[in-house]
Design a protein around this ligand. Structure first.
Ligand code: KIV
Length: 277
């Protein structure tokens, strides 16, 4: 099914049913205008906690709060008519207990209109995922490189290489068995991503994984060239909007300094033309 032919937003079950079919298209968004730009092309839009680094200048995702996610979730929702919205649960909002996870996930669902939440973790989070799903909250899981655990992972390294691949497959099986409707695989060897994709019954959404995944996701500011502080190997830049914006701002600054802007067509006469009176 093409995204353009769709009349209503897909549900988590519709995404689950895409296993092995036409690849699922997704991007992150944090604002209404960006959500509007991608709505017709995406099956789901993720309000990622990457918002902290991309829009708020934080050094990691650890400082992102539930209130920030809700604010950006509400903004993104206003820009979507076709794509499903998934909102990230930020660091510290779900790890303490299943009850804490439910309370905060319920807030996200009720206050943003999200179709699902996403949380990071494999075997260790399976009980929480089952608890949420059993209480009406669809969950997308996220395994492999999980940026909220950067301090225990020791950096933004490829996960699951060599013998560690079996543990990652165990994580994928655990979240699928717990009832997650899809799982993000971040920064894992392609051969492992393919193995996981073939092994589990729910769609895998790759980012730095493999073209063989059931879908792909990128951070929109990365792929548009708007976020240029660094570029992970797995990012393809489809545009260089940051460079274009810099050039436009420089042109504006030089025209202001030269009193070339505003030009006659941007200013107002003291009297209205007769026809407009
Ligand atoms: O926060 C985010 O943008 C994400 C994607 C990278 C999957 O989790």
């Amino acid at each position: 099914m093409s995204a353009n032919a769709r009349k209503t937003a897909p549900l988590p079950d519709d995404i689950r049913a895409r296993k092995g079919g036409v690849p699922i298209v997704s991007l992150t968004a944090y604002t209404t205008p960006m959500a509007q730009l991608m709505d017709a092309q995406c099956d789901f839009v993720l309000v990622g906690d990457s918002v902290g680094m991309v829009l708020h200048g934080l050094e990691s995702t650890l400082g992102v709060t539930l209130d920030m996610m809700i604010l950006h979730g509400r903004a993104v929702k206003r820009g979507l008519n076709h794509a499903m919205m998934v909102v990230d649960m930020p660091f510290g909002s779900y790890e303490e207990s299943r009850e804490q996870a439910f309370r905060n996930a319920a807030r996200i669902m009720a206050e943003t209109g999200a179709g699902a939440v996403k949380l990071e973790g494999g075997v260790g989070m399976a009980g929480t995922i089952a608890f949420l799903v059993g209480r009406g909250i669809p969950v997308m899981a996220h395994i492999g490189l999980t940026p909220q655990s950067i301090n225990t992972l020791g950096g933004y390294k490829v996960q699951g290489r060599g013998a560690a691949g079996d543990a990652l497959l165990g994580d994928a099986r655990a979240v699928a068995d717990a009832g997650a409707f899809a799982v993000v695989l971040e920064k894992v060897p392609a051969v492992l991503a393919d193995r996981v994709t073939q092994d589990i019954a729910i769609p895998t959404i790759g980012i730095g994984a493999s073209a063989g995944c059931d879908g792909q996701i990128l951070v929109v500011d990365d792929m548009l060239g708007l976020f240029t502080a660094f570029k992970p190997k797995f990012v393809k830049r489809y545009a260089t909007l940051g460079a274009q914006a810099e050039a436009a701002i420089a042109a504006y600054a030089s025209e202001v300094r030269a009193r070339a802007f505003p030009a006659p067509e941007h200013i107002f006469a003291d009297t209205q033309p007769e026809a407009l009176k």
